[in-house]
Design a protein around this ligand. Structure first.
Ligand code: GDP
Length: 471
C-alpha cells in the first residue's frame, strides 16, 4: 500500500468544457478540505469533505489561501477506500475546463501535499492494491486507445475479466494436477497413478485447445485493433486518389494522421465500421488533382513491400496493359483486392479486356476482384466485405470470442503451450510422473504472468509507463 497521495489532471492536456483533477491516497480528502470552501464569504475551511459521505458530489470553491484568491467554482466528488478505483481514498475536483485554471488548481493540490502522479499510476495502484489483475489493467489502456468498434468491444470484454477468467481456470487446473502428482508420489498408498499419464494427456489437450485458440486470435486481434497496413497501388489515372478520397470521405470513416516511417510517406487511419485501414500514402495521393504526384511503378514498390493489403486499382473501362502487369507482379503473395474501377462508365456492358490477368489472380485465395466506381461509390460495401473476409474469420459483432491483442500476453500463452507440450512429450516417452511437475509448474507460472502474478516490478513499471497521464 502506498503512503503518499498522488494527483493529476485526468481530462487531458487540452481545454474543454470541464476538467477533472484526480487525487488518490490517504491524505486525499483532508488535503482537498484545506483548499475547499463552501461559501465565498466565509473562507475558513470547515472540514466539510472529511465529514461528507462516500460517493457524494459537493459544491463549493477552490480557494488559494496564500494568494487569498478564489480559483474556481467546483464540484468535488468524494470516494472512500476501499470502494474506489484505486482502493484508496479519492477526491475528484470537477472544475471549469480551461487548461490554465486546471493547472492552477493542480499546482495548489500539489503544494498542499500531493505528489504529481506518474502516467498510469492510478491504474497501477488499482493493480497493486488487488482490485484488478494485470490483463484487466492492460484492458483499461486498450479501452482508452480504442479507435474502432472492435477494439473497444474487445477491450471492454477484457476489462470485465473474460480473458482473466479463461486463463485463471486453466491455471487452477494445472495447479490441481500438479498437486495431485505430488500427493500421489508422496503417498502412493492413497493416490494411484495407474493410468494417470493417459488421463493427463487428455486434460492437457483441452488446455492446449483453449490456449491455442487465444494465441491464434492474436493476428486477427492485431489487425482488428491496430488496423491493416494498406497501400493503394496502380498506374496513373486509374482512380487511386479518387478511391482515397472516397474512403476518407465515407461518413463512417474517421481519418487521423499518424507519422509514417519514411520522410515522404504518411500513414493515415481510416476506420470503416468495425475495422481500420492504415493507409500508406506513398505520394501524397490525397492532394488536390493539380498537385497530384502520379504514382509510377517505382513509387509503388516501397508501399507494396510494407503493406499487408494491396488495393490494386485498375481502369476497367480501358482494360489492363503492361504497366498494370508490372505493378501486379510486385504484389507477390500479399493479400490483394483488384479494384476494377470506373465501372460506372459501362453499366450494361461487361468489358473483360483483362481476362488473362484476372483469371490467374482468381485462382489465388489471396486475390479478390471487386467491380467498383470511385466516382459513384458503387462497390464500396462489397470492398469492405472482401477485406473483412480476407483478414477475419469471425464477424466481430456476432462473435463472442476473446482476442488477444497484446504481445506480452501472446508470449506468455505461447510459452505455456510449449511447456505443456514438453509434458506431453514426457508422457509419450514414458517418463515417470515426477518429470511432469516442473513443466506443469512452468506453464502455471507463464499463465500467472498474464494475470500479473509473479511478474517483476520493472515489467509492471514498463507496462504502466505507456499509460496516459491521469489514468
Ligand atoms: P490516379 O492518378 O490513379 O490517382 O487517378 P485519379 O483519381 O486522379 O483519377 C483519374 C481520372 O479518372 C480523374 O479524372 C477522375 O475523375 C477519373 N475517375 C476516377 N475514378 C473514376 C470512376 O470510378 N469513374 C469515372 N467515371 N471516372 C473516374
Amino acid at each position: 500500500m502506498n503512503n503518499d497521495t498522488i494527483a493529476a489532471i485526468s481530462t487531458g492536456m487540452a481545454s474543454g468544457g470541464i476538467g477533472i483533477i484526480r487525487i488518490s491516497g490517504p491524505k486525499a480528502i483532508a488535503l482537498c478540505d484545506r483548499i475547499f470552501i463552501r461559501n465565498k464569504n466565509n473562507k475558513e475551511s470547515d472540514g466539510f469533505l472529511s465529514k461528507a459521505a462516500a460517493n457524494t458530489i459537493n459544491f463549493g470553491f477552490i480557494y488559494d489561501r496564500d494568494a487569498d484568491e478564489i480559483l474556481d467554482e467546483v464540484l468535488v466528488s468524494v470516494f472512500r477506500a476501499p470502494h474506489t478505483y484505486t482502493r484508496e481514498d479519492i477526491c475528484e475536483i470537477n472544475c471549469h475546463g480551461g487548461l490554465y485554471v486546471i493547472r492552477r488548481i493542480l499546482d495548489l493540490v500539489i503544494s498542499s501535499g500531493a505528489r504529481p502522479a506518474e502516467p498510469g499510476e492510478f491504474t497501477k495502484r488499482a493493480f497493486l492494491n488487488g482490485r484488478i489483475d494485470l490483463s484487466e489493467a492492460e484492458a483499461v489502456m486498450d479501452t482508452i486507445s480504442s479507435t474502432n468498434d472492435f477494439a473497444l468491444k474487445n477491450a471492454v470484454s477484457e476489462l470485465s475479466g473474460r480473458l482473466s477468467s479463461e486463463i485463471r481456470k486453466v491455471r487452477e487446473e494445472v495447479l490441481h494436477e500438479t498437486a495431485f502428482i505430488e500427493a500421489a508420489l508422496d503417498d502412493p498408498e492413497h493416490y494411484s497413478l495407474n493410468g494417470y499419464p493417459a488421463e493427463l494427456d487428455e486434460i492437457i489437450s483441452s488446455w492446449e485447445e483453449t490456449l491455442s485458440r487465444l494465441s491464434k486470435s492474436f493476428d486477427e486481434g492485431q489487425h482488428r485493433k491496430n488496423g491493416i497496413l494498406t497501400v493503394i497501388a496502380g498506374k496513373p489515372n486509374v482512380g487511386k486518389s479518387s478511391l482515397y478520397n472516397l474512403l476518407t470521405g465515407t461518413d463512417r470513416a474517421i481519418v487521423t494522421d499518424v507519422p509514417g516511417t519514411t520522410r515522404d510517406t504518411l500513414e493515415e487511419d481510416i476506420t470503416l465500421g468495425d475495422f481500420t485501414l492504415r493507409l500508406i500514402d506513398t505520394a501524397g495521393i490525397h492532394e488536390t488533382e493539380d498537385t497530384v504526384e502520379k504514382i509510377g511503378v517505382e513509387r509503388s514498390i516501397n508501399g507494396i513491400e510494407r503493406a499487408e493489403l494491396v488495393l490494386f486499382v485498375t481502369d476497367a473501362y480501358n482494360g489492363m496493359d503492361e504497366e498494370d502487369e508490372k505493378i501486379f507482379s510486385l504484389i507477390g503473395d500479399k493479400k490483394c483486392v483488384i479494384i476494377r474501377n470506373k465501372n460506372d462508365l459501362f453499366p450494361d456492358e461487361a468489358v473483360m479486356l483483362d481476362g488473362v490477368l484476372l483469371g490467374s489472380a482468381l485462382k489465388d485465395t489471396n486475390f479478390k476482384v471487386c467491380d467498383f466506381s470511385a466516382k459513384t461509390g458503387e462497390g464500396l460495401d462489397e470492398l469492405k466485405k472482401i477485406i473483412s473476409d480476407l483478414f477475419f474469420t469471425t464477424d466481430s459483432f456476432l462473435s463472442d470470442e476473446i482476442f488477444i491483442t497484446n504481445e506480452r500476453q501472446k508470449y506468455e500463452i505461447d510459452s505455456a503451450i510449449s511447456a505443456l507440450s514438453l509434458v506431453k512429450q514426457s508422457i509419450l516417452d514414458g517418463m515417470t510422473e515426477d518429470f511432469f511437475s516442473s513443466d506443469l509448474m512452468d506453464a502455471y507460472s507463464h499463465l500467472g504472468k498474464i494475470l500479473g502474478e509473479e511478474v517483476e516490478d520493472d515489467l509492471v513499471d514498463k507496462i504502466f509507463k505507456d499509460f496516459c497521464m491521469g489514468k
